[in-house]
Design a protein. Structure first.
Length: 185
């Protein structure tokens, strides 16, 4: 009887340890937004991006509040939130997808691994399917990721005022970074 109780407890501990290592989280990931036009440069940083990754399945979810983007100039930030992203109406942007080549990433071995991320990106109330290249780095058992992607304003129905159409690029570059830690359950 004691042996069977021990085996049940050991199995439960083993299962919790196994699931512990599968999910990784970052609550303070970063997105750097950049666009260059003939008239000016638009740059912002968001240091409040949350992401969770399941290293076993490759599932990944990312979420951020649009108002978390901080610009160097307050007026640009105000225009970004009120006129373009309409953050009162569309307060959150999110991504839900998968690391397509997850099986080729050895999460237990230090190294830098190319990754293909595919899924649905939702911004400004519009969802588009995206597929992007990323890099997943394992160092001392810690997982980090980085990627760059280009987003079209028109694809997400983000309207640019007529007087600024020749001054604001449709192409916005997003540089995204995460430093994951195990989810404590």
């Amino acid at each position: 009887m004691k042996n069977s109780k021990f085996l049940v407890i050991a199995a439960l501990v083993l299962m919790s340890i196994t699931s512990f290592g599968q999910k990784q989280i970052d609550k303070s990931g970063t997105i750097h937004l950049f666009s260059k036009t003939p008239m000016f440069i638009i740059e912002a940083d968001n240091n409040k991006v949350a992401s969770i990754i399941n290293t076993q399945t490759g599932d990944i979810v990312v979420s951020t509040l649009v108002r978390s983007f901080k610009f160097h100039e307050a007026l640009v930030e105000e225009h970004f939130n009120e006129n373009y992203m309409e953050s009162q109406t569309f307060p959150k942007s999110s991504f839900k997808g998968k690391i397509v080549n997850n099986a080729s990433i050895n999460y237990s071995k230090d190294g830098s691994y190319p990754a293909v991320i595919e899924g649905d990106l939702t911004m400004h109330g519009v969802t588009n399917h995206v597929k992007e290249n990323a890099t997943i780095t394992i160092s001392g058992g810690k997982i980090s990721s980085s990627m760059e992607m280009h987003v079209s304003l028109a694809a997400y129905k983000i309207k640019v005022e007529e007087s600024y159409k020749d001054r604001i690029s449709d192409d916005i570059k997003l540089s995204i970074k995460f430093n994951f830690a195990p989810v404590v359950q």
